[in-house]
Design a protein around this ligand. Structure first.
Ligand SMILES: Cc1ncc(COP(=O)(O)O)c(C=O)c1O
Length: 379
């Protein structure tokens, strides 16, 4: 089965095989060596000199960790909400007891500097946003400017980069991101189950002053274990650490820049081809993500049936919509090991399944459009 979901995504065989190594103790030199390499390579992917931690939990756990270490009950947080994951971020902060000011954004679009500036007052502790809203396929293209704005107002910047880090440009230090969170199962091409989180110097100052940090996700405790022994405070998911190690080594071998360009090329191929099929992409061109392709399902086509045919007849798994656009779109992951092969197979499945359901389209023309973008001969 080709897993073209916007996470979890296809995992290279090398990474799968890495998980078969015998389980080791997590308080010995073998684990420390593994952990050191993982952190060094993770810093490369985050483009940070700051601290990075690997947490045994999914992406949502990473977001909870970020917000519960930074925010005390009563603190003010501004959260941009442009889809399901923005809503979750706001809810996480609210449940923490923070006073949350939402910046409502049209789904399929991204927060603008003007919208954010309007609510950013100097008493805001954290400005939080989802860089790549997986539910809509839209990227916050102004992230760098938004970070500068937040800094001008003394707010820390917390970025949910779960569906984008490792697949698109995100220089954490250069853009001034204080806490950045990703998950193992997306652009890193690793199985699900781990979250990675970066922490800046400024973020540490706030965390150190927070007496109500969570117990399991206490970042100060994680820092102590890292600094003193290069270990994790609690038992890590060792097979997943093996997998992450191999996945990060593969990223280094390819080079981050080449990897980002590969994602961009495959995204261009998807967008050109679906438009050649007569389909409408959910976000307008200026907001389109390179890692999540959200396409409107033509009227008269049942999205559930469309996905069923793609899965059962072509062995290609894509996702449905979420939240209020649940029945409006399908979402394709353009992540991790994405290459011409996955793009062509997915488009073939999509075009033929649509023909099957009576939405006539020229699959050949769509594939030619994709091949041109992929730089394949005689596109
Ligand atoms: C942007 C974003 N944030 C958070 C999450 C939650 O991650 P997880 O399902 O790994 O907890 C996801 C998962 O799809 C996501 O895409």
């Amino acid at each position: 089965m080709l897993v073209m979901l916007p996470g979890p995504t296809n995992v290279p065989e090398r990474v799968v095989r890495a998980m078969l190594k015998p389980v080791m103790g997590h308080r010995g030199p073998e684990f420390r060596e593994l952990h050191e390499r993982i952190i060094e390579n993770a810093k490369y992917v985050f483009q940070t000199e700051g601290d990075v931690f690997v947490l045994t939990c999914s992406g949502t756990g990473g977001i909870s960790c970020a917000l519960e270490n930074l925010l005390k009950p009563g603190d003010k947080a501004v959260v941009a909400v442009s889809g399901v994951f923005g809503e979750r971020m706001a809810e996480t902060a609210r449940r923490r007891g923070a006073e949350v000011v939402e910046v409502p954004v049209e789904w399929g679009e991204a927060p603008t500097p003007d919208e954010v500036e309007e609510v950013l007052k100097d008493d805001v502790k954290a400005f939080c946003l989802v860089y790549n809203e997986t539910s809509t396929g839209a990227k916050a293209r102004d992230l760098k400017v938004l970070c500068e704005l937040a800094k001008d107002h003394g707010a820390l910047v917390v970025v949910d980069a779960v569906s984008i880090l490792g697949g698109d440009e995100l220089p954490v230090d250069e853009w001034g991101i204080d806490v950045c969170v990703t998950g193992s199962q997306k652009c890193l091409a690793c199985p699900p189950g781990l979250a990675l989180i970066s922490v800046s110097e400024d973020a540490w100052k706030t965390i150190e002053e927070n007496p109500s940090r969570p117990f399991y996700f206490d970042l100060i405790r994680a820092r102590e274990f890292w600094e003193e022994r290069h270990e994790t405070p609690f038992t890590p998911a060792i097979p997943l650490f093996y997998a992450l190690d191999e996945a990060l080594i593969m990223i280094r071998e390819e080079g981050l820049e080449a990897r980002i360009e590969r994602h961009a090329r495959c995204a261009r191929a998807f967008y050109s081809a679906v438009e050649a099929m007569g389909l409408e992409v959910f976000p307008r061109p200026e907001f389109r993500s390179n890692t999540v392709i959200a396409v409107k399902v033509p009227s008269g086509v049942d999205p559930r049936r469309l996905r069923e045919i793609m899965k059962e007849e072509y062995g290609v798994l894509v996702a449905g919509g979420m939240g209020k656009i649940r029945n409006l779109v399908i979402r394709i992951g353009c992540m991790g090991i994405i290459s011409a092969r996955e793009v062509i197979l997915t488009l073939t499945a999509l075009g033929n399944a649509l023909n099957n359901l009576g939405h006539e389209n020229d699959v050949g023309a769509a594939l030619r459009a994709a091949r041109r973008e992929l730089g394949l001969a005689r596109g």
